[in-house]
Design a protein around this ligand. Structure first.
Ligand SMILES: NC(=O)c1ccc[n+]([C@@H]2O[C@H](COP(=O)([O-])OP(=O)(O)OC[C@H]3O[C@@H](n4cnc5c(N)ncnc54)[C@H](OP(=O)(O)O)[C@@H]3O)[C@@H](O)[C@H]2O)c1
Length: 245
């Protein structure tokens, strides 16, 4: 049985992951900012068979609580094996173009809060010489596009940070997993028309579960995004800048 801490536990993608964890009987320490949603999720996970479930209300922008929440999770579950970081928002790109304050706020939520938490959890697992960190980044972080480059900047920075962390922690046996979903039908993307490229949270959750089980460094979900992004990255900048993406 694993002892698992989840930041952003009310995310649709991560709810589907935690349902898989619950049926396996793992212990879960859920962190999110919406108390009512969190409690409903905790009740559901207990019914599904989770060994232990604790809910903790925290806004990820409360940086000064990041270190203590890790300690509390370890204390409550009697250990900590896996940390999943999943919170995020999809910025209004055009509003960000008009306001640096809004851009900064989006970078705080999607990048700096994650980096703060990762700094603490990396040091915690490094001391123990054990542990797995799984973070939901995005394919959006692989190339800047006019339609969402503020979000892309945040996710790109998170992906690079994770790459460095993986390289640093490799020698002490700590696993760092980067998850890069493509288009997923969740509340975050409710305003978008859906098409063939869209995946369900359950599909992405199965890929995340598999990545954790087999300690896969980088997972594209669904898998075809690896090829799509390879092509996107190969387009020369002088052509790419003319595309309306
Ligand atoms: N959906 C996609 O197409 C897609 C694609 C690639 C990557 N991703 C990434 O996947 C992750 C999960 O997103 P999702 O699609 O499952 O969307 P979601 O259901 O909207 O989940 C986003 C979660 O982030 C939480 N959150 C936002 N700001 C927060 C804050 N300041 N403090 C604490 N929690 C906060 C939200 O909490 P509340 O419920 O309290 O608002 C919500 O639980 C995100 O990192 C997202 O960037 C999504």
């Amino acid at each position: 049985v694993k002892k698992i801490m989840i930041i952003g536990a009310t995310s649709a993608i991560v709810q589907a992951v935690t349902r898989l964890f619950a049926t396996e009987g793992h212990s879960l320490f859920l962190v999110a900012r919406n108390k009512d949603k969190l409690q409903a999720i905790a009740t559901d996970l207990r019914l599904r068979g989770a060994g232990y479930v604790e809910a903790c209300v925290m806004d990820v922008l409360e940086y000064n609580r990041h270190a203590s929440v890790i300690m509390t999770a370890e204390e409550k579950m009697g250990g900590l094996d896996l940390a999943v970081v999943a919170h995020g928002t999809l910025p209004d790109q055009q509003a960000c173009e008009r306001s640096f304050d809004l851009t900064r706020q989006e970078l705080e939520i999607n990048c700096l809060s994650t980096i703060s938490f990762l700094t603490h959890i990396a040091n915690f697992f490094e001391t123990k010489k054990n542990g797995t960190i799984a973070v939901i980044s995005s394919v959006a972080g692989e190339r800047g596009r006019q339609s969402n480059y503020v979000y892309g900047t945040a996710k790109g920075a998170v992906s690079i940070f994770l790459q460095g962390l993986r390289n640093r922690l490799q020698k002490c046996g700590v696993k760092v997993l980067t998850i890069k979903p493509g288009l997923v039908d969740t509340p975050m993307t409710s305003a978008f028309p859906k098409g063939m490229l869209w995946a369900t949270p359950d599909k992405v959750a199965r890929d995340i579960h598999h990545a954790i089980q087999f300690s896969k460094d980088i997972t594209y979900s669904p898998f075809f995004w690896r090829i799509v992004m390879l092509i996107i990255r190969l387009i020369p900048e002088r052509l790419f800048k003319n595309l309306r993406l």
